[in-house]
Design a protein around this ligand. Structure first.
Ligand SMILES: [Zn+2]
Length: 166
């Protein structure tokens, strides 16, 4: 938006549509002083707070972020599903078991956990959320149970890489 231009309600304006995730044409829907406050997208017809057009780099970064979010959600769904399956064995005193299991472990040898890697029972891993852990058992080809300080959780493994991993 040109800083010297004053807009009126209904004027055509280029902006970034949050819904369409694209730079698009819209019409000014609300003003705050001389600034455009809201825009109605001509493509999806939604009225939303005005966002300036995005550069190509910003658009690409937005797409990446979205891909990661989708992957996180997928991983969460998987974890919830596996949890429901393994919840039957209540696990007393996880922290105590974790302390014993990691007592003689050298954290320098821990492998970074990713859902596309393979692991075996006894592997020492570092998880982005749970921290240092030990693989306690394999559930099946694409799942394992890992013991962390606060919880023993099922985790996916051997998952096919998503496009955003590249
Ligand atoms: Zn739109």
């Amino acid at each position: 938006m040109d800083a010297n231009t004053t807009y009126a309600i209904g004027d055509e304006i280029d902006f970034f549509c949050k819904k369409c995730r694209l730079n698009l044409h819209g019409n000014v829907a609300a003003l705050q002083g001389d600034d455009v406050a809201k825009v109605t997208c001509r493509t999806c017809r939604s009225t939303q707070p005005f966002l300036p057009e995005r550069s190509e780099e910003e658009l690409r970064a937005g797409l990446m972020k979205r891909a990661f979010r989708i992957r996180d959600r997928r991983q969460q769904q998987w974890t919830d599903m596996e949890k429901a399956r393994t919840d039957t064995k209540a696990l007393p005193d996880v922290t105590k078991r974790w302390r014993e299991a990691t007592e003689n472990v050298n954290a320098n040898y821990a492998r970074k956990y990713t859902e596309t890697a393979s692991f075996k029972a006894g592997d020492v891993i570092v998880h982005g959320v749970h921290g240092l852990g030990i693989v306690t058992s394999l559930l099946h080809e694409q799942g394992m149970l890992a013991l962390f300080r606060k919880a023993e959780v099922p985790l996916p493994m051997n998952m096919p890489p998503t496009e955003s991993d590249e």
